[in-house]
Design a binder for this molecule. Structure first.
Ligand code: OAD
Length: 257
């Protein structure tokens, strides 16, 4: 029988406590309980905004004011959100020396707000605006107000420094994420449907390099039957809070059930 018996959360706790050397890969699901909608599914952003019209670089270049209808909503929602127990649980695991880095597809800054120190922002973040013509950058809060379309000093419309479809992953984030995936002992995949490339390749890279893959998601994903070793079915807040408590209670000694 594998460590932790048939209880996936205890199995995950045992793996993390034993191996330590863990990296987390997070997606929109980890911020749902902070009030930020995910992308896919009935309540997701893509049910309201067709991503081909609102989330591609081509769409932004053609109709930036239209794309800002969606971006404004994202900036407002992200700006008003606070980290939830899942973000804080991951930070606690970093503090305990269990998790060494978080690779996030999210652009909301909530891992840093929750206390995580080594965060790789794979899809950029909402805190900065960039001019796609002259490349000048500005803090979002200096140029954007609700309902406005932020302009560069050169007169062009600014874009949040996030990765839209059709844009490359920032090279440093890509390099760092690959390195973390190749060298971790446990990859904890939290709240992502794993449908967007190249982020969805990270679990496979980790697995092929010898990592154990733990997945935390209320639903199965494309990873669950193929790459995942332990699927903890549940919301990120409840599961991470419990994992951090289980591991803190036992230190590196045997897990008490
Ligand atoms: P998705 O919306 O595709 O997936 C969210 C996942 O979170 C789903 O698998 C849900 O089952 C899960 N989920 C929902 N509530 C949860 C909870 N409370 N706890 C844990 N999991 C929960 O979001 P992502 O996979 O992050 O990229 O999407 C990836 C990328 O697609 C985004 O970064 C964005 C989007 O298009 C770009 O815009 C480039």
């Amino acid at each position: 029988m594998r460590a932790g018996g048939n209880d996936p959360i205890r199995e995950a706790a045992r793996l993390l406590a034993d191996r330590r050397n863990a990296v987390a890969l997070t997606g929109a699901g980890i911020s749902v309980e902070s009030g930020i909608p995910s992308f896919r599914g009935a309540q997701g952003m893509w049910a309201k905004y067709d991503p081909t019209e609102y989330a591609t670089l081509h769409a932004f270049m053609q109709s930036p004011r239209k794309v800002w209808e969606m971006l404004s909503e994202m900036v407002s929602v992200c700006g008003g959100a606070a980290p939830n127990p899942a973000h804080k649980g991951l930070a606690a695991l970093e503090e305990m020396g269990i998790v060494r880095a978080v690779i996030t597809q999210n652009v909301d800054g909530l891992h840093q707000a929750g206390g995580s120190r080594r965060v790789i922002e794979y899809h950029g973040n909402m805190e900065e605006l960039i001019c796609v013509y002259c490349w000048k950058r500005y803090p979002t809060r200096e140029r954007w107000t609700p309902g406005s379309v932020p302009l560069c000093d050169c007169g062009e419309i600014l874009k949040p420094n996030v990765v839209l479809f059709g844009e490359p992953i920032p090279w440093l984030a890509q390099e760092q994420a690959e390195e973390e995936a190749r060298t971790c002992g446990v990859l904890v995949v939290i709240g992502t449907s794993a449908q967007v490339s190249p982020a969805c390749d990270i679990p496979r890279v980790a697995k092929e390099a010898g990592a154990v893959v733990v997945e935390i998601n209320p639903e199965p994903t494309s990873l669950t039957a193929s790459v995942t070793d332990v699927h903890v079915t549940g919301g990120a807040s409840e599961v991470l809070d419990r994992l951090a408590k289980l591991i803190r209670k036992t230190g590196s000694g045997p897990l008490e059930y």
